[in-house]
Design a protein. Structure first.
Length: 140
């Protein structure tokens, strides 16, 4: 299996509750490496752009509001099969459906405040990494 990179966000609900370390530990325990990381406060415009794919969904306004309400931690994770592996570590979008041991099962508050974002495919991973990081911020 090839070494991949994926994009991850520790969302405002988790940063607010001081869960950065516990969430990063989950990635590291599963063999993913943090090759870039920064804490930022997304502007409303950034959140709108990042989630533009969901523009027509009924929860879009709430999602943009929530993601720009307070700081997040954006990261690039690297490892074997990183995109799918990260999705497994995160668990289902709705924490009620997330498996035991996943980040969302342990930490998410609701389907909206679900603690983490992770890319869902190679194309979106590349796009999302480029949205937040320059090449020289990624140190493999
Ligand atoms: P994921 O984050 O698991 O990739 P998604 O891409 O379908 O899920 O949705 C993006 C985010 O939008 C999700 O993490 C939380 C929010 N969201 C999705 N479905 C929702 C819903 N039914 N109600 C409220 N927020 C929702
Ligand atoms: Mg998604």
């Amino acid at each position: 299996m090839a070494i991949e990179r994926t994009f991850s966000i520790i969302k405002p609900d988790a940063v607010r509750r001081n869960l950065i370390g516990k969430i990063v530990a989950k990635f590291e325990e599963a063999g993913l490496r943090v090759v870039a990381m920064k804490k930022i406060h997304m502007t409303r415009e950034q959140a709108e752009g990042f989630y533009a794919v969901h523009k027509e969904r009924p929860f879009y306004g709430e999602l943009v509001e929530q993601m720009s309400a307070s700081p997040v931690v954006v990261q690039v994770l690297e490892g074997e099969n990183a995109i799918l592996k990260n999705r497994e570590i995160m668990g289902a979008t709705n924490p009620a459906n997330a498996e035991e041991g996943t980040i969302r099962k342990e930490f998410a508050l609701s389907v909206g405040e679900n603690s983490v974002h992770g890319s869902d495919a190679p194309e979106t991973a590349a796009e999302e990494i480029r949205f937040f990081f320059t090449d020289d911020e990624i140190v493999g």
